[in-house]
Design a protein around this ligand. Structure first.
Ligand SMILES: [Ca+2]
Ligand SMILES: [Ca+2]
Length: 505
C-alpha cells in the first residue's frame, strides 16, 4: 500500500510539476503579449499624436494661405495708391505724364444677328482701339487729363472708318485747405459700384464718357460722397437730357463696402415737325429717380463673398404711344451673388447669382413699370456676349474662376435667362420685339455659357481668349427672331469667339 501510495504521490507531484511548468510558460507568454500590446498602444498613441499635429499643421497652413491672400490684396492696394501718388507727383512737378493703351481684338461671330444656320451672318472683324492720354499737374491743387481715342474696325465683312475723338478732357481742383475735397469738370469717365448703372463700358469699341461736373468729399474708410451733374444731350431744338446724382460709400465695417445712391434722369425730346399740314411737334418727357444700395462683404477668412444690390425707380414719363398723357413710373431691379473661394492651389471660386429687372406687360394701364437700365457697363453682366439689357429679365447663373500662378486666369459662367413678364418687351438680341397681347410666348429666353482664359504676365500686357455660346429657347422662337426658321420649330445657337490683346504703358 505504502509503495502504491508513494508511487501515487510521486505521480501526482510530477503532474503538479508539469502543470507549474506549463503555468510558467503561459505566464511568460501572457507577459510577452502584454508587452506587445503595450508597445502597440504606445505606437497607436504616438500615431494619434502625429495625425493630430498634422491636422493642426494643415489648419495652420490654410490660415497662413488666407492671411497671405489678404496681405496680397493689401499690398496691391498700397501699390496702386503709391503709383497714383507717383504719377500725380510727376504731374505736380509741372511735368507731363504720357500714357498709351493699344487694344486689338479679332472676333468671330456665328448667328449673332439671326440665330439661324440657314442664312449666313458669320462675321470676322478686328476691333482696334488706341488711347493716348496726357496728365498735367500744376502745384499740388490742380490736375488735368486729356485723352484722345481712335477706334476702328477692320476685317473681312465690315470695314468702317475709324473715329478720332476726345475721350476725356477734365480739370481737377483740390484745395489744400479742404482735406478730402476735390472738384472735377469736363469730359470724364464715371464708374460707380459694379458699373451696373453707371460705367466706363470699357469692353465696347468706344467706351463711355460723360460731360459734366463731379465734386467729391472723401474720408474713407468712414465715408465718401460724390455728387455729379452731367449733360447727356444738349440741343436747342430737340430737347436736353441731363443726368445727376449722389453716390455714398462707407468701409467702416471691416471687409465690407456699403454704398447708397440717388440719381435723377431728365430727358426731354421734341419729335415731329411744325411744317404746315403735319401733326405738329410733341415733347416727350422722362423724369425718373433711381435710388438704391449695394453691399459687398467677405466672411470666414475671406472664403465667402456676398454681394447684393437693390434698385428702385420712381417718376413720370410721357406715354410713348400717346403724347397727351403721362405715365406713372415705378420699377425695380436686383442683383445677388454668393461665392466661395477655396484656400487651396489656384484659388478656385465657385459662385451662384440671381439677377432681375422689372418689365412692363401692359402698355395700356397708364403705368410704366419697366426698369430703365441707365448708362451701365453691359459686358460680363447678363452674359459676356452682351446680348441683353437690365430690363424685363431674370438671370439664374453660376460661375467658376481659377487663378493659376504666372498671371493666368480662367473664367466660366452659366446663365439661364428668362423674361420677367412674358407680356413685356424683350430687351436684347438686337431687337426690342414685344409679344402681341394674345400671343403666349412663355418665359424662357435661353441659356448662355461663357468661358475665358486670360494671361497678364505684367502690368503692361494682358491677353484674353474667350468663347461663348447662346442657345435660344421659346421666347426667341415665338417672337420669330430667327425668321422663317421659327416656323420649323426652333432657332439655332449663336456663337462668339475673340482674342484680345491689350498693351498699356
Ligand atoms: Ca446665320
Ligand atoms: Ca404699363
Amino acid at each position: 500500500i505504502l509503495v502504491f501510495h508513494a508511487g501515487n504521490v510521486s505521480a501526482q507531484s510530477a503532474h503538479i510539476q508539469r502543470l507549474a511548468e506549463e503555468l510558467d510558460a503561459k505566464t511568460e507568454l501572457i507577459e510577452k503579449n502584454r508587452k506587445v500590446i503595450r508597445t502597440l498602444h504606445e505606437r497607436i498613441n504616438s500615431l494619434e499624436q502625429q495625425s493630430k499635429s498634422k491636422t493642426k499643421t494643415l489648419k495652420e497652413m490654410r490660415l497662413r494661405l488666407q492671411q497671405i491672400a489678404l496681405l496680397k490684396t493689401e499690398i496691391q492696394n498700397i501699390e496702386a495708391r503709391l503709383t497714383e501718388k507717383v504719377t500725380s507727383k510727376k504731374g505736380q512737378d509741372g511735368k507731363m505724364a504720357i500714357h498709351a493703351e493699344v487694344r486689338i481684338r479679332p472676333e468671330y461671330t456665328v448667328n449673332r444677328e439671326d440665330l439661324n444656320n440657314d442664312t449666313d451672318d458669320s462675321d470676322a472683324f478686328w476691333g482696334h482701339r488706341v488711347r493716348f492720354s496726357a496728365d498735367f499737374g500744376h502745384d499740388t491743387w490742380m490736375r488735368a487729363r486729356v485723352q484722345i481715342q481712335e477706334s476702328r474696325t477692320f476685317g473681312s465683312n465690315i470695314n468702317k472708318d475709324g473715329t478720332l475723338s476726345l475721350h476725356q478732357a477734365w480739370m481737377e481742383l483740390k484745395p489744400p485747405e479742404l482735406k478730402g475735397f476735390r472738384i472735377r469738370a469736363g469730359r470724364m469717365e464715371l464708374t460707380y459700384g459694379k458699373e451696373r448703372l453707371i460705367g466706363r463700358d470699357d469692353f465696347s469699341r468706344n467706351g463711355r464718357a460723360f460731360d459734366g461736373v463731379v465734386a467729391r468729399m472723401g474720408h474713407l474708410p468712414y465715408f465718401d460722397i460724390e455728387v455729379f451733374y452731367t449733360k447727356i444731350r444738349e440741343s436747342t431744338t430737340g430737347g436736353d437730357q441731363d443726368f445727376y446724382g449722389a453716390y455714398m460709400e462707407t468701409r467702416a465695417v471691416p471687409l465690407t463696402v456699403i454704398q447708397a445712391y440717388v440719381m435723377g434722369l431728365n430727358n426731354e425730346q421734341t419729335k415731329g415737325s411744325d411744317a404746315p399740314g403735319s401733326a405738329g411737334t410733341q415733347v416727350y418727357k422722362t423724369h425718373i429717380w433711381t435710388t438704391g444700395g449695394r453691399v459687398d462683404a467677405h466672411f470666414m477668412n475671406d472664403t465667402i463673398h456676398l454681394e447684393g444690390e437693390a434698385v428702385v425707380q420712381l417718376g413720370k414719363l410721357t406715354d410713348p404711344r400717346n403724347a397727351t398723357r403721362d405715365l406713372d413710373h415705378f420699377a425695380t431691379a436686383f442683383y445677388a451673388e454668393l461665392s466661395y473661394q477655396a484656400p487651396i492651389a489656384t484659388l478656385p471660386t465657385l459662385g451662384a447669382f440671381f439677377v432681375q429687372a422689372s418689365g412692363d406687360g401692359n402698355p395700356e394701364d397708364g403705368k410704366s413699370v419697366g426698369f430703365y437700365p441707365l448708362f451701365p457697363t453691359r459686358h460680363s453682366f447678363l452674359g459676356t456676349m452682351d446680348l441683353f439689357a437690365w430690363r424685363n429679365i431674370r438671370d439664374f447663373g453660376a460661375k467658376l474662376e481659377l487663378t493659376p500662378p504666372g498671371g493666368f486666369g480662367f473664367f466660366a459662367a452659366f446663365h439661364y435667362l428668362q423674361l420677367y413678364t412674358d407680356k413685356g418687351q424683350l430687351s436684347g438680341l438686337g431687337t426690342s420685339k414685344t409679344p402681341k397681347p394674345d400671343q403666349p410666348i412663355g418665359r424662357n429666353i435661353g441659356i448662355e455659357i461663357d468661358t475665358a482664359l486670360s494671361w497678364a504676365p505684367n502690368d503692361q500686357l494682358q491677353v484674353q481668349l474667350g468663347y461663348s455660346i447662346f442657345m435660344p429657347s421659346t421666347v426667341t422662337k415665338e417672337l420669330k427672331i430667327c425668321g422663317n426658321k421659327a416656323l420649323e420649330g426652333s432657332c439655332d445657337a449663336a456663337q462668339w469667339a475673340y482674342l484680345q490683346t491689350r498693351l498699356r504703358f
